[in-house]
Design a protein around this ligand. Structure first.
Ligand code: NAP
Length: 255
């Protein structure tokens, strides 16, 4: 496990979907550990509120980016590289759950949007980072945030299960295609974190989402992961190697 004495200070990370939820938590912890961060979402993320001595505003690039736009994501990455010189770690975290409900009842437009964000957006980010790593020396780490739903079918989550399964396979392919550059690619399922996405799950009727009771129970038990804990595991995976089992578990990891 990473601790505050491990030196990740000065490393550069990009996090998509950092305006709230897990992404905002990762940004805060990465900044707290002295990293330089590029953060984006459709809503421009606020710079993490931490000790300004550790992470003054000039150590953060924050932009409004919809990951469905390749051009917007590419310009954002270029801005981060221009400011910090390189990107060491890229976390494709932006994701949506909707539409929820049996596939036969799903809004086709919402289904297509889910795939555009969760699959194409992740592929866009992976492409941009792979090209960046190929443009300079020294490898890099790509982390695509996935879910246990990539490997377990949940009634009512056809779009989410399907899109996260695609994330796992895209990650596996990228890991093979880019291994000659030293790029490592991982699809990481973070576990359950109490974010807006979990609130949306808990608001479902059993008709929409038959497994809703399981998530209500997790909330009743307070059995959530924290974004800070996840951030430290990701930094361990990317930089410190403190838990070698993580690196030898393949490209799809469950924290
Ligand atoms: N929470 C959990 O228990 C859990 C469990 C397993 C996996 N995950 C995964 O973890 C990731 C984060 O989930 P979360 O729970 O933190 O969700 P969340 O609270 O709903 O936050 C989602 C983030 O993604 C951004 N986003 C959504 N669509 C976007 C787009 N088109 N372009 C750019 N940014 C976009 C949102 O910002 P804007 O709306 O401002 O764009 C927001 O910052 C997701 O990939 C999710 O599937 C979560």
């Amino acid at each position: 496990m990473v601790n505050d004495s491990d030196d990740v200070s000065g490393k550069v990370a990009v996090i998509t979907g950092a305006s709230r939820g897990i992404g905002a938590g990762l940004a805060k912890r990465f900044a707290h550990r002295g990293m330089l961060i590029g953060i984006c979402a459709r809503t421009t993320p606020a710079a993490p509120q931490i000790n300004p001595a550790l992470s003054p505003p000039d150590r953060v690039v924050a932009s409004s980016v919809d990951v469905q736009s390749y051009e917007a994501l590419e310009s954002f990455a270029a801005e981060v590289v221009e400011r910090f010189g390189r990107i060491d770690l890229w976390v494709n975290n932006a994701g949506v759950l909707a539409p929820i409900g049996a596939l036969r009842d799903c809004d086709p437009t919402l289904f297509a949007t889910n795939v555009a964000i969760n699959v194409t957006g992740v592929a866009f980010g992976s492409r941009i980072f792979a090209r960046h790593v190929r443009s300079r020396e020294g490898g890099g780490v790509l982390i695509n945030v996935t879910s246990g739903a990539a490997e377990a079918p949940y009634e009512g989550w056809a779009a989410y299960c399907g899109s996260k399964a695609a994330v796992n396979m895209i990650t596996e392919v990228v890991a093979l295609e880019e291994r000659d550059t030293g790029l490592e690619a991982y699809a990481v399922a973070p576990g359950v974190v109490d974010t807006g996405m979990q609130e949306l799950i808990r608001s479902c009727t059993p008709e929409q989402f038959p497994a809703v009771g399981r998530f209500l129970q997790i909330a009743a038990d307070g059995a959530f992961r924290s974004a800070e804990w996840i951030a430290d595991r990701l930094l361990d995976l990317a930089f410190t190697g403190a838990d070698p089992a993580l690196r030898t578990a393949g490209t799809a990891l469950r924290l």
